[in-house]
Write a protein that binds this ligand. Structure first.
Ligand code: SAH
Length: 507
C-alpha cells in the first residue's frame, strides 16, 4: 500500500470504524446494518421499509423533499449546497430574468383592475417561494401602482423550508426583525409597510370572506407528493383464493359458509418504493438502493384515490394503464378556489361529540382575487412515469441519494382545474396555456426591447437576450413550451377572459 493510500485508509477507519471492520472481516460483504448508505436519509427510509414493508411513492417524496432530518428543501444550506441557480441543481424562470416576475406583477394589476380595483383587503400569497425572487420582482413592479399597493393588507408565504424562509426574509424584508407567531413567522416588507407572514402549510392561513387573495404557485405543484397506480387484469393469480370454500387457519382447516369471491374486474395496484435486494443483501456495486415495485394487493390508497375522478375510473378497465395522482395538489387547488370563490357548500362535519368544530370556509357573496399556477406538466392527459430526479442540472434516478436529489413529477393541470371547480361554484379556470404564449401576450417583447435600449454593457445585454429566449422559445423541450400557466378567477360565465388567456386589459 502506498503512503497516501495508507493515510486515506487510516482516516476512513477513524471515521467509520464499525463499517470498515465489518467490511474487512467479511471480505467486504456488508449487511443491512453495516452498509454505507448513500445518505443518512437513505438509512432512515430503509429502516422504515424494513419494518413496515414497501412505502407509497408519496411517502418517499415527502420525506426526501421536506423531512426536517435531511430533506432536500428543508436542510440544504445556501452557498455550496444551493438548490437554485448555476451552482445549484436547477434554474427556474423567475431566476432566469427579472422580467418574468414583472410580467406576473402586471398580470395581477390587470386582474385587480378588471375586478373593480378593491381598495382594501388584498392579500398576496405565494406557495413555495424558493429564494423569493418572483415575489420580489412583483413587489418592485407594484411600487408604480400606488392605489394597488395601498390596498394590500399582507403578504403570505407558504414555505416548508426554514432555510429558504430565511433567504426569503432577507430579500423581502431586509434587516427587519422576524418574530414567531401562533401559526408561523412574521416580519415587515421592505418596500411598503405591510406584514409578511410565513406558514408551513396553506391550511394554517384563515379563510376570510371579505378578502381578495392573489395566489401564486411557481414550480410548487411539481414538488407535491404523487401516488402511482397500475391497472391489472382480473386473473386467478390476482385472486388466489378462487373457488375456495375451505381455508387454513391457525387452528386448522375451516369451511367457509360462502366461497370467497373472485376479483373478476380489473383492479388498481399501487407502485411502491422498496429496497433493492441486489444492493442491500447482495451488496452488488452500482445497484440502486431503492426500487419501485407493484403492490401485491390493494392498498388503502389504491382503493380510494383512483375513484375520486371519472378520468381515472375510465382507465381502470384498461389493463396496464398507469396513472399518477397527487391528492395533496388537489387539496391546494381546492383551497385556492375556496379563498377566491367561497366554499360551494359547508363541508359535512365529522367532528366527534364535544370536540371543537373546525371553522368551515365561508361562502363568499362576491368572489374576488385570482390564482396563477405556473409549472411543467400535462395539459389534458394524466401524467405517467413522470417521477424524476435532478441533481446539478442533470437527470438522475429519482430514488437515488435521498435528500440530495430534487424529486418532482409532472403537474396534472386538468386535475387541479377539476379540484378547483368542485371546491367552489364561485370560480372558473382558464388555461393552461404555454408559458411562451402567456409571456408574449403579457408583452415580454416590448419590455425586453425597452430594457435592452437602456443597457450599454454587452455582457448584460447578452444575459437579457438569452434569458428572453430561454423563457419563451418553444422548440423541442424548451421552457416556453413545456411550462404552462393556468388561472383560477372569479366565475363570470366565461364573459371575461383574463389577460394572457385570450383577454385584453380593461382600464
Ligand atoms: N417558486 C420558486 C421555488 C420552486 S422550488 C421558483 O420557482 O424559483 C419549490 C418550493 O416549494 C421551495 O421553496 C420548497 O421549499 C417549497 N416546498 C416544497 N414542498 C413543499 C411543501 N410540501 N409545503 C410547502 N413548501 C414546499
Amino acid at each position: 500500500m502506498n503512503p497516501s493510500a495508507r493515510r486515506a485508509w487510516t482516516q476512513l477507519i477513524r471515521k467509520h470504524p464499525t463499517q470498515i471492520l465489518a467490511c474487512t472481516s467479511r471480505r467486504c460483504s456488508s449487511t443491512f446494518e453495516t452498509r454505507q448508505w448513500s445518505t443518512p436519509l437513505a438509512q432512515t427510509l430503509a429502516n422504515a421499509i424494513k419494518v413496515t414493508g414497501p412505502i407509497p411513492i408519496a411517502a418517499f417524496m415527502r420525506q426526501v423533499l421536506t423531512s426536517p432530518d435531511g430533506g432536500y428543501y428543508t436542510t440544504r444550506p445556501e452557498g455550496e449546497g444551493e438548490v437554485f441557480g448555476k451552482k445549484g441543481d436547477f434554474v427556474t424562470s423567475p431566476e432566469i430574468s427579472q422580467v418574468f416576475g414583472e410580467l406576473v406583477g402586471i398580470w395581477t394589476i390587470a386582474e385587480w383592475m378588471a375586478q373593480g380595483r378593491k381598495r382594501s383587503g388584498v392579500q398576496l400569497m405565494e406557495v413555495g417561494p424558493g429564494k423569493g425572487t418572483l415575489m420580489d420582482d412583483m413587489l418592485r413592479t407594484f411600487r408604480n401602482f400606488k392605489s394597488f399597493t395601498s390596498s394590500i393588507e399582507g403578504i403570505y408565504l407558504v414555505e416548508a423550508s426554514p432555510t429558504l424562509r430565511e433567504v426569503q426574509k432577507h430579500l423581502l424584508c431586509g434587516g427587519a426583525s422576524m418574530e414567531e407567531t401562533d401559526i408561523g413567522h412574521k416580519s415587515t416588507c421592505k418596500y411598503f409597510d405591510v406584514p409578511v407572514i410565513w406558514v408551513e402549510d396553506i391550511r394554517l392561513l384563515p379563510h376570510e370572506e371579505d378578502k381578495t387573495p392573489f395566489i401564486f404557485a411557481h414550480e410548487f405543484f411539481d414538488a407535491l407528493p404523487i401516488h402511482a397506480f397500475e391497472s391489472i387484469p382480473p386473473s386467478p393469480e390476482n385472486a388466489p383464493q378462487e373457488n375456495v370454500d375451505q381455508i387454513m387457519t391457525p387452528t386448522g382447516p375451516t369451511k367457509l359458509h360462502k366461497p370467497l369471491k373472485v376479483a373478476n374486474t380489473p383492479q388498481w395496484r399501487e407502485l411502491m418504493v422498496t429496497l433493492n435486494p441486489k444492493a442491500v443483501d447482495e451488496d452488488l456495486p452500482d445497484e440502486p438502493e431503492f426500487q419501485l415495485t407493484r403492490a401485491k394487493a390493494s392498498t388503502p390508497s389504491s382503493l380510494v384515490i383512483p375513484e375520486i375522478s371519472a378520468r381515472y375510473r375510465a382507465l381502470k378497465s384498461q389493463p396496464g394503464a398507469t396513472i399518477e395522482v397527487s391528492p395533496e395538489s388537489r387539496i391546494y387547488a381546492s383551497d385556492f378556489a375556496r379563498r377566491i370563490g367561497g366554499a360551494s357548500e359547508p363541508p359535512r362535519t365529522t367532528a366527534r361529540k364535544g370536540a371543537p368544530a373546525a371553522t368551515p370556509p365561508p361562502a363568499k357573496s362576491v368572489p374576488s382575487g385570482a390564482a396563477l399556477i405556473m409549472d411543467y406538466g400535462t395539459q389534458s392527459t394524466i401524467p405517467i412515469n413522470s417521477l424524476r430526479g435532478i441533481q446539478h442540472h442533470r437527470n438522475v434516478p429519482a430514488l437515488s441519494s435521498p435528500g440530495q436529489v430534487d424529486v418532482s413529477a409532472d403537474v396534472d393541470f386538468t386535475s387541479l382545474a377539476e379540484a378547483a371547480i368542485d371546491a367552489s361554484e364561485g370560480v372558473e379556470v382558464h388555461g393552461p396555456v404555454e408559458q411562451g404564449d402567456f409571456l408574449q401576450a403579457m408583452g415580454i417583447t416590448e419590455r425586453m426591447e425597452q430594457l435592452l435600449r437602456k443597457v450599454t454593457d454587452d455582457e448584460k445585454k447578452k444575459t437579457l437576450e438569452t434569458g428572453w429566449k430561454r423563457l419563451t422559445e418553444k422548440g423541442g423541450g424548451s421552457m416556453g413550451k413545456i411550462y404552462k400557466v393556468m388561472a383560477i378567477v372569479p366565475e363570470n360565465s366565461g364573459q371575461r377572459r383574463p389577460v394572457g388567456f385570450g383577454g385584453g386589459i380593461s382600464m
